[in-house]
Design a protein. Structure first.
Length: 161
């Protein structure tokens, strides 16, 4: 059963990540946004990629996103990064997180799947992966909605990775 669950989880998680990447790529630069604009596509994309990566980390302790990104997302005051995240930088980070996600799911044992995580206390690693998948898909859907509203176009559905 664990093999079937790992494969299905990866195919759906990978599809959600691919949809997010497609939405980031599809956003015209003139609609990407500016610093301080909470409704800008870059803010939503940054938020989604940050949490994807954070939830894939072995634990909360010592987590550090790749340069040039910071830990603003962990600030309970809800601060935005001081600079607009470039699409290329976010896509590189997303690609790295995608590779880690695939590797982690491929190697996940039943024991590892049941281990509690500290990123979301009370959740097992397996449940955190499902939670993370849902969050990525939510972010991709929000970006697609913004694209439909602003440029009347959005990438197509990805059924599986």
């Amino acid at each position: 059963m664990i093999e079937v669950a790992r494969e299905a989880l990866w195919r759906q998680f990978g599809a959600a990540i691919d949809m997010l990447g497609n939405a980031i790529r599809a956003c015209p630069v003139e609609h990407w946004g500016r610093v301080g604009d909470w409704s800008a596509p870059w803010v939503l994309a940054h938020h989604t990629v940050f949490w994807l990566d954070f939830y894939l980390a072995p634990s909360r302790e010592g987590y550090q996103p790749p340069a040039p990104f910071g830990l603003e997302e962990l600030d309970p005051a809800g601060v935005l990064p001081a600079r607009v995240s470039r699409q290329e930088d976010l896509l590189d980070w997303l690609g790295s997180a995608r590779d880690r996600c695939r590797a982690e799911l491929a190697d996940m044992t039943e024991s590892e799947a049941g281990r509690l995580c500290d990123q979301r206390p009370g959740m097992s690693r397996f449940e955190l992966h499902i939670y993370n998948l849902r969050h990525v898909q939510h972010g991709a859907a929000q970006l697609n909605l913004l694209l439909r509203q602003r440029v009347d176009d959005a990438p197509r559905w990805v059924a599986r990775a």
